[in-house]
Design a protein around this ligand. Structure first.
Ligand SMILES: Nc1ncnc2c1ncn2[C@@H]1O[C@H](COP(=O)(O)OP(=O)(O)OP(=O)(O)O)[C@@H](O)[C@H]1O
Length: 234
C-alpha cells in the first residue's frame, strides 16, 4: 500500500514550470532518495508533500502524520532540548516521550541543555528526535546531513538507517550526495524537467561501498545527473 501518491503534479513560479506533471508513489515503510541537478525542483516537491507550499495542478495523497527535517536544525534557542523535541505533544506524556526519543538518538543526557551548547551533529540528532517522536507515517528529509562534516555525516547515516528500520515511516530524502542515496535508500530516483526521470531499486549488495553493484549504480546515477558519461556496456 502506498503512503504517498503524487499524480500529475505541477507547480509554476511565474513563467517557469518547476514540477511538470510529476508522478511519484512511496510505499509504506519504503526509503526513497531523490537526486537531481541544483534547481530542478526537489525542494519544491518536498515542500508540497509537507503541505508547506501549494501545487498548481494534479493531486497529492499524503498521510496526516508527516514531519520534515531540514538542512538546518531549526531548534528554538529559548527552549531546552527536551522542550524542542516535545513541541506539540500532550503535556502529560511530553517529557517522557521526548526523553525516550532523545535516548534513541543518544542524547538523553542533553535533555536539559540549551540548543546553543550542542554541536551541529548533535543539534541535527535532536531535530531527528523531534521528527520521530511524532511517529510520522511520512518522514521528509531535505538534505539533513549536508551541513555536517564528513565523519558526523557517516555516523548520521548509520543512525538514520537504524531509526527508520525500527520505526518504518515512508521516507523521502532529498540529497546531492549519490553515495548517501545508495547507502540509505531502497529506491533512488532522479529528477529532470519537472518529473521523475528514472528509478533504481537498490540491491542490498550495492550498500557495500566496495562492491561492484555499488560502483555500477553510482556510475549510472552520475551519468543521469550529467556528471559522467554513461557506460556504453553498463
Ligand atoms: N518561492 C519561489 N519563487 C520563485 N522561484 C522559486 C521559488 N522557490 C523555488 N523557485 C525556483 O524553482 C526552481 C526549483 O527550486 P528547488 O528549490 O525546488 O530546487 P532544488 O532541486 O531543490 O535545488 P537545490 O538542489 O539547489 O536545492 C529553482 O529554479 C528556483 O529558483
Amino acid at each position: 500500500m502506498s503512503t504517498v501518491v503524487a499524480s500529475r503534479v505541477t507547480r509554476r513560479y511565474g513563467e517557469r514550470t518547476v514540477l511538470d506533471g510529476l508522478d511519484l508513489e512511496i510505499e509504506r515503510g519504503e526509503f526513497v532518495a531523490l537526486l537531481g541537478k541544483s534547481g530542478c525542483g526537489k525542494t519544491t516537491l518536498l515542500r508540497a508533500l509537507a503541505g508547506l507550499d501549494p501545487v498548481d495542478g494534479g493531486t497529492l495523497e499524503v498521510p496526516e502524520r508527516r514531519t520534515v527535517v531540514f538542512q538546518e536544525h531549526r531548534l528554538l534557542p529559548w527552549w531546552k532540548v527536551w522542550r524542542n523535541v516535545a513541541i506539540g505533544l500532550p503535556r502529560a506524556t511530553a517529557r517522557a516521550r521526548a526523553q525516550s526519543a532523545l535516548e534513541e538518538v543518544g542524547l538523553d543526557k542533553h535533555a536539559d541543555a540549551w540548543p546553543v551548547t550542542l554541536s551541529g551533529g548533535e543539534a541535527q540528532r535532536v531535530a531527528l528526535a523531534r521528527a520521530l517522536v511524532r511517529e510520522p507515517e511520512l518522514l521528509l528529509l531535505d538534505e539533513p546531513f549536508a551541513a555536517l562534516d564528513a565523519l558526523t555525516r557517516l555516523r548520521m547515516h548509520g543512525l538514520v538507517r537504524d531509526l527508520t528500520t525500527r520505526h518504518r515511516p515512508a521516507v523521502l530524502l532529498v540529497t546531492h550526495d549519490v553515495d548517501e542515496a545508495i547507502l540509505l535508500a531502497d529506491r533512488v530516483l532522479t529528477m529532470r524537467d519537472g518529473r521523475i526521470a528514472a528509478a533504481h531499486e537498490v540491491a542490498s549488495e550495492a550498500r557495500d561501498r566496495g562492491s561492484a553493484p555499488f560502483a555500477a549504480l553510482r556510475h549510472a546515477l552520475l551519468g543521469e545527473l550529467g556528471v559522467v558519461e554513461p557506460l556504453e556496456h553498463a
